[in-house]
Design a protein. Structure first.
Length: 555
């Protein structure tokens, strides 16, 4: 169908005299011809684009035509085309085009068998893209070019099959995730008009960037790669149809490419979410002792089973950093010994039996602030607030209309725990508009991330639906839980799916009992999950709440 549609577009643009749109159509036709192996047609169409005189009016078309043409030429001609594309990209002052040129140069170098030069070209491409994005918040085509360069660099580093390759590949993946996510406070701020002086300053920066010889033969700008943590850590990265899995232990990095599992894991995540929705009307009734799920079985087989040999003999809790749709995978359920997957992962001899968690007497006097907004659809919210007040005497309860934003800002500062018991809503298309319903209206994630509500150094408990969700199209999680972390919270307890009210009340009771005994919040949640699993073994009941912590410092 595509050739026919493009031919129609070519005729329409010819009839209306749109030279640039016709050249854009030719470029698309060239890419299609190249994908079908029609080299002669691709070469002819690229030549037609350049003959249309697009360099001055639409340098993007001129650069891309040369890059496409270079893919089908012998090395000497390809190098001349790349040099011309680089010169035009610099003259145009469009950094994403410079990144595209460097990617094309790296591909030519790979064709010549010079993988080391290809790595250097891709490192420079990433440096250019990150510099532009960091200074000007470029999105769209700029972000796409940066992602493409980073993923090709990671692929090359993993192909090197040496000790340093997986380490730098993990570092590049971690940086790629950070590049794809603007800092939460910046995203949360309302867009304000640009003042004349600021506009002039931005223009000067743009002009300076345009004339800087980033594509010169000199060394790229120095980059600070993230330090490798001590671990243990599993980090996932979705790259096309594959998932890259990095296992970090004792400061060392191993990498596995899970080929073709991205689509299947996406389907399984959707199946698990559907299973949770179907179970929600059960109102806490046990599911006949069932403790497993076909969807979770599939996620374990796809994501953890291939790493079993790298996860043997762990002596510390394993941290999992997900990516895109994998943020919705309940890894806590797949890794906890109360689930059926624990023994599958660790074989006949379990990794270790988690001992009874120690009590830290210094944590027993916990100061808490509770914001509880009950209604007819959530009758246990008041009981939840009363339970916390009984277990933690140093608790201030704001009930109903008292639970306002101003009251939160006034009382939260210095609190060990800030507990929200209310309705929550997660907005997939606009996660910063996800909100908690307080006594004076909706408190959005962007409001929380503004760092004006006194959540700094507190553990925030979000006993609300959708509080731990994030969009599956973003590299890093953005939602209510991450907004609390951005506001300085020491940790966040939040749910990955809509939870059963009665079972949530029971889980929170066990959680606060453990806190009152001086347990660390993460350990208290683990203990509470295991108590609930004794009565309700299906993960829908006990695995919904996860402890979100700030990124651990590197070792």
């Amino acid at each position: 169908v595509a050739p026919t549609e493009l031919a129609v577009a070519d005729r329409l643009f010819a009839d209306c005299g749109s030279r640039l749109m016709r050249a854009r159509t030719w470029l698309t036709q060239a890419a299609l011809a190249l994908s079908e192996g029609d080299v002669a047609t691709a070469r002819d169409l690229c030549s037609r684009v350049l003959d249309a005189g697009v360099d001055d009016d639409a340098p993007y078309l001129g650069v891309q035509a040369r890059l496409t043409w270079a893919r089908v030429e012998e090395v000497d001609v390809a190098e001349k085309l790349l040099d011309a594309a680089a010169e035009l990209a610099v003259r145009a002052g469009i950094p994403p085009l410079r990144v595209d040129v460097l990617i094309a140069r790296a591909r030519l170098e790979r064709r010549l068998g010079d993988s080391q030069r290809a790595v250097e070209s891709l490192r420079r491409a990433v440096a250019v893209g990150r510099s532009w994005q960091r200074r000007f918040g470029e999105t769209g085509a700029g972000s796409a070019a940066l992602t493409e360069a980073a993923e090709e660099l990671v692929e090359l580093l993993l192909e090197r099959n040496d000790h340093a390759g997986p380490i730098e590949a993990w570092q590049r993946v971690r940086m790629a995730k950070a590049d794809a996510t603007v800092s939460m406070p910046d995203r949360s701020s309302e867009e304000s008009p640009v003042q004349p002086g600021q506009r002039h300053e931005r223009l000067r920066d743009l002009l300076a960037t345009a004339t800087r010889p980033i594509l010169s033969a000199g060394a790229p700008e120095a980059e600070v790669l993230p330090a490798v943590p001590w671990g243990p850590l599993v980090e996932y990265y979705v790259a096309g149809e594959d998932v890259l899995a990095f296992v970090v232990r004792d400061g060392q990095v191993d990498a596995r490419r899970l080929v073709g599992v991205a689509g299947e894991t996406r389907r399984l995540v959707t199946a698990w979410q559907q299973e949770c929705r179907l179970m929600a009307p059960g109102a806490g009734a046990p599911l006949g002792g069932v403790s497993s799920s076909l969807a979770l079985d599939g996620l374990y087989d796809a994501l953890l089973a291939p790493l079993a040999d790298l996860l043997e003999c762990l002596e510390e809790d394993l941290t999992v950093e997900a990516h895109r749709h994998l943020h919705a995978v309940p890894f806590d359920a797949l890794l906890d010994e109360i689930g059926p997957w624990f023994s599958m992962l660790h074989g006949a001899v379990p990794l270790r039996r988690v001992p009874e968690l120690p009590v830290d007497s210094g944590m027993a006097d916990v100061a808490a602030v509770v914001l509880a907004v009950p209604d007819a659809n959530a009758p246990l919210i008041t009981a939840e607030a009363e339970m916390i007040f009984r277990l933690l005497p140093s608790t201030q309860v704001l009930l109903g209309r008292q639970a306002t934003r101003d009251a939160l800002a006034r009382l939260a500062d210095g609190a060990d725990v800030v507990h929200f018991a209310c309705h929550g809503v997660f907005r997939q298309e606009n996660p910063l508009s996800s909100a908690l319903h307080l006594g004076d209206g909706w408190l959005q994630a962007r409001d929380i991330a503004s760092q004006t509500l006194g959540l700094d150094r507190s553990v925030v408990v979000l006993s609300a639906c959708g509080s731990g969700l994030s969009p599956d199209y973003l590299a890093e999680p953005i939602g209510l839980a991450s907004a609390c972390l951005a506001a300085g919270a020491r940790g966040v307890v939040a749910a990955l799916w809509t939870v059963d009210d009665a079972v949530t009340f029971e889980l929170m009771t066990h959680f606060y009992k453990a806190l009152s005994q001086g347990r660390d919040p993460a350990c208290a949640l683990r203990s509470a999950r295991r108590e609930v699993a004794e009565r309700y073994p299906h993960p829908y009941y006990w695995a919904a709440f996860r402890y979100f912590a700030p990124e651990r410092a590197a070792g």
